[in-house]
Design a binder for this molecule. Structure first.
Ligand code: AMP
Ligand code: ZN
Length: 446
């Protein structure tokens, strides 16, 4: 049984798919005006891990995430560089995809873009206008009327009245209610489309609702995710539109990852502390980044600094070393590692992960397995069946976390060196032993 924290109910709930054996999930993607920063990597890793966990238990997962390729920030970047918006968007879409690939994520089922969904977005806004949930204001913009949906505020557990107190300051004379949000923005600047409301472009909150309907052919999906910063207003606004259009909730389960923090500070260019995901991956490797990101619950704030990174790096070495040793010893001695699994370890791991992705508890199980493997490797006559079972189990668990170590290639020369090294050691000829040890070390085998 998989249990997930539903941030719509604020409770842990048993996951029951809409369709037996299938999972539909959608995670709000980035606005592509710049590179992904390391904070953006957290939802990438968390939701990829969730997907892998479902797949390991036989579910067929359809995972969609959008690219917001129409936005003021993209338009401004295009003006600054004197290029088309598409040049900016394509550049950072490619960069984002590269980050995903480098982070070992399973390929997404679809990555829809706003520019490719425009007809559907316009038709959807028209539907909301026709149903009386949206209106065109004097300034030409089309707004969603939050007061027309009685459930507004339910997702983020806020009362409309309380929200309005905060919203008054930035009251816009053209809106009926200061909380009303733009579905369509009339514009004369930047990329624009024809619409029943004149030339313009859509607001941000509509695309995901339309893309979900289009990609899943359903108004409700199993899981809708994103970072916690998106819960309000973005997800509240998505939910309101979906209820208005179809009378249905957008998702059965809403999941929000907590933020990655930078010693309490906000990452910003002006502070000079921006950490691009690509640079961190380049420096530490995807395995360390994933191990670090999953080291605490996705619902806790994770602090990004040199100490926490170094701790993750050290832990992973403790795991990689005996695994590598096992592979090398088996290869040197022409032994197979088989395909058996330690079901006790595996079940404990899956139970931890099924408990709302309790990765800290899952890590404990991995370390238990590592300890057992170290013990097995320490004996004189290695039992390769036992070693193989532990190796397979550890690698299977790490695979759910998206952590994969390079495989080890051993050739005839290596085997010969290994034998000679052991022979020399046996007769205490340390000088000769050192020569072979050196050769094996140079090949990265010991
Ligand atoms: P954005 O392009 O800002 O919409 O971000 C893309 C995704 O990254 C969204 O799911 C955000 O919620 C998420 N995100 C942005 N900043 C952080 C952060 N510091 N920690 C965790 N997730 C973040
Ligand atoms: Zn969204």
């Amino acid at each position: 049984m998989i249990k997930l924290y539903n941030s719509a109910s604020n409770q842990i709930e048993e996951f029951k798919p809409l369709e037996e054996g299938k999972v539909s999930m959608y995670v709000c993607g980035p606005t592509v005006y710049n590179h992904a920063h390391i904070g953006n990597a957290r939802p990438i890793i968390v939701f990829d891990t969730l997907r892998r966990l479902f797949e390991a238990q036989g579910y067929q997962v359809k995972y969609v995430s959008n690219f917001t390729d129409v936005d003021d920030k993209i338009i401004n970047a295009a003006i600054n560089e004197g290029v088309d918006e598409t040049v900016i968007a394509n550049r950072y879409i490619d960069a984002y995809n590269e980050v995903r690939d480098k982070l070992h994520t399973v390929k997404l089922s679809a990555t829809p873009r706003v520019t490719e969904t425009m007809d559907e977005i316009i038709a959807f806004i028209q539907l909301l206008v026709d149903k009386g949930y949206a209106y065109q204001a004097k300034n030409g913009d089309v707004y969603f009327s939050v007061g027309s949906v009685k459930e507004y505020g339910d997702l983020s557990k806020q009362k409309l009245d309380d929200l309005m107190v905060g919203a008054r300051i930035e009251e816009n004379q053209d809106k009926k209610n200061p909380l009303d949000f733009a579905l369509w923005k009339k514009t004369t600047k930047g990329i624009q489309w024809d619409s029943p409301w004149g030339k313009g472009r859509p607001g941000w909150h509509t695309e995901c609702v339309v893309m979900i309907d289009k990609e899943f052919n359903s108004q409700t999906i199993d899981i809708h995710g994103g970072g916690k910063d998106l819960k309000f207003p973005h997800h509240e606004n998505e939910e309101a539109q979906n209820i208005a259009a179809s009378g249905k909730p957008l998702a059965k389960t809403w999941m929000h990852n907590e933020m990655l923090s930078f010693d309490g500070a906000k990452m910003s260019k002006s502070l000079g502390n921006v950490q691009w995901a690509k640079d961190v991956i380049e420096r530490l490797g995807a395995n360390v980044v994933r191990w670090f990101m999953l080291s605490i619950s996705y619902r806790s704030i994770l602090n990004f600094n040199e100490e926490t990174l170094a701790a993750a790096q050290k832990e992973l070495i403790k795991i990689e070393t005996p695994l590598k040793q096992a592979h090398v010893k088996a290869a040197m001695q022409n032994q197979e590692l088989g395909n058996e699994i330690n079901s006790d370890l595996w079940n404990r791991f899956i139970n931890a992960m099924n408990d709302d992705l309790n990765t800290p508890n899952a890590y404990t199980v991995i370390f238990d397995g590592v300890k057992m493997l170290n013990q097995q490797l320490r004996v004189r006559e290695i039992n390769f069946r036992e070693v193989g079972t532990l190796v397979n189990t550890l690698e299977k668990m790490l695979g759910i976390l998206g952590i994969f170590f390079d495989s080890i290639e051993v050739n005839e020369q290596d085997r010969e060196n290994y034998e000679k090294w052991n022979e020399a050691k046996a007769v205490k000829d340390f000088e000769t032993a050192d020569i072979y040890r050196q050769a094996l070390m140079e090949r990265g085998l010991i």
